[in-house]
Design a binder for this molecule. Structure first.
Ligand code: SIN
Length: 518
C-alpha cells in the first residue's frame, strides 16, 4: 500500500500555495513581506507592549531560531484587557448590533483569513514546527469555524412555550453571557482560537484570548485581521505571556468578576486547576482536555483503510493532538498483517523542518514534550515492550525531532497504556474478543475520541454504543469538522465546540413571563 500524504493533513486542496510560500521563505528577509508578524498585542483596540516592557521570545522548534518577540503581560495588564472587553460588551457600539451585523463582521473576518492564508501558514509553521501543508490544512479547518459561526449567529433562537395559564405568555431567550476568556493550546494555534472566538462573538460576547506561550504569533495575526474586518475596539483582546506569568494570568482570567465564562483547551491537569478557580465565581466553563484514544482493528476490517486511518490519526501534527490515537488494539488474527502494512506506510514519512517541501512530520513543540515522549517510550522498553521501529530522538535533524515509532506488547502497567503520549508513537496491544477490546478501550479515565475498523454492521452499531468517548470514528481516522460537536466525556472535558451546540457555552437562557393579559 502506498501511504497518501494528503490524508495526513486535514485537507490539502491548497498544496498549490506551498510553492509561493517557499519562495517567500527563500528570500531570507521574509519578515519584511509579512504584515501579520507582530510584536505587540491588542488590548482595547490599541497595539501595546506590556506595562513592564518585558517581552517573550518565540522560537522555531525546528531549529531554535527566534521567530519574533511578543509582550510578556502580567496580571495588571490582563486586568486592563478584561476591563476593555467588559466595557465594550456593555457599550452601545457592540450590544446594539443585530445578529445579522455580527454575522457580517464574522464573514468579513473569514474572507480576510482566507486571503491571508499563506502568511498565517508561514507564521504557524515557524512557531509550531508543523509542516506547511498541515498549517494550510489547519487554516482551512480553523477558518471553517468562522464561516460556520457567521451563519449560526443568525440562528440563536429562543422559544415560545405554550402557556399553562391564560393571562400569561412564556418566552425563553438566549442572551450572550458577557466576557469570555479563551485559553488556547499550542498544537492548533489557529483553529482552537477560531473555534471558540467565533462562537462567542456569534452569541454576542466579547473575548479575552490567552494563546499558548509557544505560539502567540498566530493569535496576533488572527486578531490583526479581525481588526481589519472592522470589529469595534475591545471586542477582541489578546493576553500574551511567558511561562513565568502563566499561572497568575490563568487565575486572574478565571477569578475576575468581569469574566462570565471560560473556555479552555489543553491538558486535563491544567483544566482541573482552571475548573477549581472558576468554581469560586460559579462561572460557566467549557473544557476540551486530554484523551487516550483507542484505535481498534477488528478482524473483519479492511486493513488498507485501517492503516490509512491509523497514519492520519496518529501522525497528524506529529501525534500532538488530543484526538490522536494513543492505544492501537489489534485483533490477534490480523495483528501481524496490520503491523506489516503500517510499517510499510511509515517508511514514506518524511521528518524535517516544516518549511521544506514534502515534510510530513515536524519537530515536537519543546524540550519538555521531547522528554515526555522519550520517557514514556523508555518506560515501556524497561518493562518489556518490543520497540519495532524508531524509539529515539533524531539529534541529526535538530534538538526536538523524534523518530516515528512503533512499540508492541504494551501492558497496563506501562505509561503508554495510561497516558497520552502526544508524539509520533504507535503503541500496539493485541486482543482476542470484542469484549476484551472494549474493556481495554474503556479502561481509562479519559474519553475524548475513539476509532475502530470493522465491516460488520452489527459490530459497528454495538461498539459505537459501548465506547465511552465523546466522538467515535468508524472506519475513519479524522473526525474534526466545524459542523459536528467536538468534545469528550469522563476527564476529557465538559461541553461541546463546533456544530450548533458550540454556541451553548456563550449564552444563558433567560425566561420572560409576560403576565396580566386579558
Ligand atoms: C486537539 O487535539 O486539541 C484538537 C484537534 C482537533 O480539533 O481536531
Amino acid at each position: 500500500m502506498i501511504f497518501q500524504a494528503s490524508r495526513l493533513i486535514i485537507t490539502v486542496n491548497h498544496l498549490h500555495s506551498l510553492k509561493s510560500i517557499n519562495r517567500v521563505w527563500l528570500q531570507g528577509d521574509f519578515r519584511r513581506n509579512m504584515h501579520l508578524l507582530l510584536n505587540k498585542t491588542l488590548i482595547n483596540g490599541e497595539w501595546v507592549s506590556s506595562s513592564s516592557n518585558t517581552e517573550l521570545a518565540v522560537t522555531n522548534p525546528a531549529n531554535g531560531s527566534i521567530v519574533g518577540h511578543v509582550p510578556d503581560l502580567d496580571v495588571h495588564d490582563v486586568n486592563k484587557a478584561i476591563d476593555a472587553a467588559h466595557k465594550t460588551f456593555h457599550s452601545n457600539e457592540w450590544s446594539s448590533l443585530t445578529a445579522k451585523e455580527r454575522s457580517t463582521l464574522l464573514k468579513k473576518w473569514y474572507l480576510l483569513l482566507e486571503s491571508n492564508r499563506n502568511e498565517i501558514a508561514s507564521i504557524m509553521t515557524m512557531e509550531s514546527g508543523k509542516p506547511l501543508a498541515e498549517s494550510l490544512g489547519e487554516i482551512t479547518y480553523g477558518n471553517s469555524f468562522v464561516e460556520w459561526f457567521a451563519e449560526e449567529a443568525r440562528r440563536v433562537y429562543g422559544e415560545i412555550i405554550p402557556t399553562p395559564q391564560k393571562q400569561k405568555r412564556l418566552f425563553l431567550t438566549r442572551e450572550p453571557i458577557g466576557v469570555a476568556a479563551l485559553i488556547t493550546p499550542w498544537n492548533f494555534p489557529h483553529a482552537m482560537i477560531t473555534r471558540k472566538a467565533s462562537a462567542a462573538i456569534a452569541a454576542g460576547c466579547t473575548v479575552v484570548i490567552k494563546p499558548a506561550e509557544d505560539t502567540p504569533l498566530t493569535a496576533l495575526a488572527l486578531v490583526k485581521l479581525a481588526e481589519e474586518a472592522g470589529f469595534p475596539k475591545g471586542v477582541f483582546n489578546v493576553v500574551t505571556c511567558s511561562r513565568k506569568n502563566v499561572a497568575a494570568v490563568g487565575e486572574a482570567l478565571c477569578t475576575s468578576k468581569q469574566i462570565a465564562g471560560v473556555s479552555f483547551t489543553g491538558s486535563t491537569e491544567v483544566g482541573r486547576i482552571l475548573y477549581r478557580h472558576c468554581a469560586e465565581g460559579i462561572k460557566k466553563i467549557g473544557l476540551e482536555l486530554g484523551g487516550n484514544a483507542p484505535f481498534i482493528v477488528f478482524e473483519s476490517a479492511n486493513l488498507e483503510k485501517a492503516v490509512t486511518g491509523a497514519m492520519t490519526s496518529k501522525f497528524r501534527n506529529c501525534g500532538q493532538a488530543c484526538v490522536a490515537s494513543n492505544r492501537f488494539l489489534i485483533q490477534d488474527t490480523v495483528s501481524d498483517a496490520f503491523t506489516a502494512k503500517l510499517l510499510t506506510a511509515m517508511k514514506s514519512l518524511q521528518v524535517g523542518d516544516g518549511k521544506d517541501q514534502g515534510v510530513q512530520i515536524g519537530p515536537l513543540i519543546n524540550t519538555a514534550q521531547l522528554h515526555k515522549v522519550s520517557d514514556i517510550v523508555e518506560d515501556a522498553r524497561s518493562k518489556g515492550a518490543h520497540i519495532v521501529v524508531g524509539g529515539r530522538p533524531i539529534p541529526g535533524k535538530g534538538e526536538l525531532f523524534y523518530e516515528p515509532t512503533v512499540v508492541a506488547n504494551i501492558t497496563p502497567d506501562m505509561r503508554l497504556y495510561t497516558e497520552e503520549v502526544f508524539g509520533p508513537v504507535v503503541a500496539i496491544l493485541k486482543f482476542k474478543t470484542e469484549d476484551e477490546a472494549l474493556r481495554i478501550a474503556n479502561d481509562t479515565n479519559r474519553g475524548l475520541a475513539g476509532y475502530f475498523y470493522s465491516e460488520n454492521l452489527n459490530q459497528v452499531m454495538r461498539v459505537s454504543r459501548k465506547l465511552e468517548v465523546g466522538m467515535v470514528g468508524v472506519n475513519e481516522g479524522l473526525l474534526s469538522t466545524a459542523e459536528a460537536a467536538f468534545g469528550g466525556v469522563k476527564e476529557s472535558g465538559i461541553g461541546r465546540e463546533g456544530s450548533r451546540h458550540g454556541i451553548d457555552d456563550y449564552v444563558e437562557i433567560k425566561y420572560i413571563c409576560l403576565g396580566g393579559l386579558d
